[in-house]
Write a protein that binds this ligand. Sequence first.
Ligand SMILES: NC(=O)c1ccc[n+]([C@@H]2O[C@H](COP(=O)([O-])OP(=O)(O)OC[C@H]3O[C@@H](n4cnc5c(N)ncnc54)[C@H](OP(=O)(O)O)[C@@H]3O)[C@@H](O)[C@H]2O)c1
Length: 210
Amino acid sequence: MTPASDAPVFENLDWPAKRWIRSNILIDSSGHPAGVDGTSRTLTRGRDRALLRLLRQSADVIVTGGATVRAEGWHFPPNGVLLVVSSSDLPLATCPDPDRLRVVTPGSSTASVAAALRVALTQLNATRILCESGPRLLRTLTDENAIDEVFVSVVTSDGHLSAPSIRHHDAGFTQAVARHHLRLQSSRYDLIESVNDPGLTFLRFIRRES
Ligand SMILES: NC(=O)c1ccc[n+]([C@@H]2O[C@H](COP(=O)([O-])OP(=O)(O)OC[C@H]3O[C@@H](n4cnc5c(N)ncnc54)[C@H](OP(=O)(O)O)[C@@H]3O)[C@@H](O)[C@H]2O)c1
């Protein structure tokens, strides 16, 4: 049965009672995070934005990367801090709320991004953290074992996309797309939920306890 378009994708989005870092990303079946205009605005569809808003609503901190800010603009949580990992120029003059902005610059090419992030999150006393970056920063953080829970929405069909359409019910394929492009190794991340909408599959992975 196709769910009502305004029904939540996942029933339980409660945060664990400890520091918890979630990520949320939309990709097409080739792993691209953007549509023809180079942003997610031309890729988003269905309930993807509703899921993003729900996740964002209760976050203390949103983490993203400099390239995403330059492409997508500034997206703050309703009541928290936007933390941007960046070593380059950011369009600070256009930031609508500089008081709620933190920029984290990893020290050198050998310094861990996750370590720099942990320091900043501790200073902010943040427990509910949502990473809304693109795939590059996300892969860096999953490689460094820094993300607890990963939401991936995979676009499965659209006549306007260059990526090949896939059958929306092919859960094995969408899982493989997400795992491959975001480096979610099966030894470290378990798929715990999967929801199929027309043209879009929502996947939810949890990092195994180490
Ligand atoms: N579909 C979606 O859900 C979604 C979400 C977010 C973004 N996007 C799209 O994704 C694209 C950008 O994604 P992206 O992955 O290239 O950029 P990103 O998410 O901004 O992550 C890469 C940026 O992080 C910063 N960074 C600093 N040190 C790093 C390190 N060691 N490893 C990785 N990143 C480091 C850099 O910022 P500086 O360059 O400032 O130093 C780098 O440009 C855009 O097209 C955007 O529209 C889509």
